[in-house]
Design a protein around this ligand. Structure first.
Ligand SMILES: *Cc1c(COP(=O)(O)O)cnc(C)c1O
Length: 429
């Protein structure tokens, strides 16, 4: 990343390190896995970012998927500007919140009633509290390699063995919290069955795993989870914080036609502002305060910045039914271009894609679950990342992250970007 760093950025980094842990507000921004040199963004328009050094980059981070129309999309900018001029938060209801909730319920098949919150972490934590309350059970099954935000119950990983009871992956998590969390293997129904009993309140899953690269569910996996939950009296929770409005307008549940009981939404739903939501079957959602006893609240929840950006984004997406097919076509072109470059370079690997998500895995032949994904060649990826950056393409700075497409990538010269990435694979190998 030396093309970007100058003494000026180094000064900023020194100042950042003084006053923020690791110099950042979210760990992945430190770029530690790929070399750790700082990158500070001045502005973004469409799929292009401009750094404080004046370097223009084609952006595949897209605010970790939150941006789907491209940065500073005129429809979103206008809506937010208009809302901000009328006041950014009141702590009293606005009618935009009602329109926002109505649109979410209309677009996401299983969501009958919805509550807007401030972050994906808050959505998943709230949804698990609700599942525990309505089932009067404590246990939670999650999958290794799936991320559901940083609430205590989710900060566990599998120990040795494919499916096991959790151990904390962060200090500071109380023993009682993670003891209730059991960790299964993605795409492996047997590993779930082995953990499922009368004590399990819910199974939470990313219906397309996106936090270990892009790993789609195998045929029958999501349906199988639905059946297991029904048999055990547990709830099925889809964490669609990443996949909602990104793999299809109605999310992964629409694409795969599987109906969860509860759904967490984030990222795209708020159009690049700090908002998220959770919802599902009315009979469960009506247990949330003030209608029911399950407490959950938020001073800034559903504020006008979030509802305006969210409404503008979702309305735009709903008006363009061909968009997700165009994402799929672009994903196919990226897959062809990069697979070709990998075989020319003698690098094993594969490219997955679905809707606006792309997963590029270097050094492995197959990725169905974390134990396979964890075999990727991280050093090769770091070289690839830097080679891509030198060619003007900003990839997510980790071998385990999904790449995100925005609508503007489809209008740009995608062939140019694919050629640059193919060239970067050759240079890295
Ligand atoms: C990003 C993400 C979260 C956490 O959302 P935040 O807004 O970062 O708190 C939860 N679940 C999934 C699947 C995510 O991708």
């Amino acid at each position: 990343m030396s093309v970007l760093a100058s003494s000026a950025t180094t000064t900023w980094q020194r100042r950042a390190l003084e006053v923020m842990p690791g110099g950042v507000n979210s760990p992945v921004r430190a770029f530690k896995a790929v070399g750790g040199e700082p990158l500070y963004i001045e502005s973004g328009h469409g799929s292009s970012l401009k750094t404080t050094e004046g370097v223009e980059l084609v952006d595949f981070i897209a605010s970790w998927g939150a941006q789907i129309l491209g940065h500073a999309h005129p429809a979103v900018v206008e809506a937010v500007r208009d809302a901000a001029a009328r006041g950014t938060s009141f702590g009293v209801s606005t009618t935009a919140e009602i329109e926002f909730a109505e649109l979410i319920c209309e677009l996401v098949p299983s969501v009958e009633v919805v509550r807007v919150v401030n972050s994906g972490t808050e959505a998943t934590a709230s949804v698990v509290r609700l599942a525990r309350a309505v089932t009067e059970r404590q246990g939670l099954i999650k999958f290794e390699g799936c991320y559901h935000g940083h609430a205590d119950s989710f900060l566990v990983r599998a120990g040795s063995g494919l499916a096991t009871f959790g151990e904390p992956s962060s200090p500071g998590v109380p023993a009682g919290t993670f003891a209730a969390t059991r960790v299964a293997r993605y795409n492996d129904l047997g590993s779930v069955e082995a953990l499922l009993d009368e004590g399990v309140a819910a199974i939470i899953v990313e219906p397309v795993a996106g936090n270990m690269g892009c790993v789609p569910p195998e045929p029958g996996f999501l349906d199988g989870l639905r059946g297991l939950c029904d048999d055990a009296g547990a709830l099925l929770i889809f964490d669609e914080v990443m996949t909602g409005f990104r793999v299809a307008l109605g999310g992964a549940q629409a694409h795969y036609d599987v109906t969860p009981d509860l759904t967490a939404l984030g990222k795209v739903v708020a159009g690049g502002t700090p908002g998220a939501a959770y919802g599902g079957r009315a009979e469960f959602m009506r247990s949330i305060a003030p209608e029911g006893p399950v407490y959950q609240a938020g001073t800034l929840a559903g504020n006008p910045l979030v509802t305006s950006a969210g409404l503008a984004t979702l309305r735009y997406l709903a008006s363009d039914p061909a968009l997700y097919r165009r994402f799929d076509e672009a994903g196919h072109r990226i897959e062809e271009g990069l697979s070709g470059a990998m075989s020319r370079a003698g690098v094993p690997g594969l490219v997955n894609h679905i809707g606006g998500m792309v997963g590029v895995f270097l050094g492995v032949e197959q990725v169905r679950s974390w134990d396979e994904v964890s075999g990727v060649d991280q050093d090769l990826f770091a070289r690839f990342f830097r080679a891509a950056l030198e060619r003007g393409v900003l990839l997510p700075p980790s071998a385990f992250e999904t790449w995100f497409m925005m609508e503007t990538h489809l209008d740009d010269d995608l062939d140019y970007v694919i050629d640059a990435l193919a060239d970067a694979i050759g240079a890295a190998a």
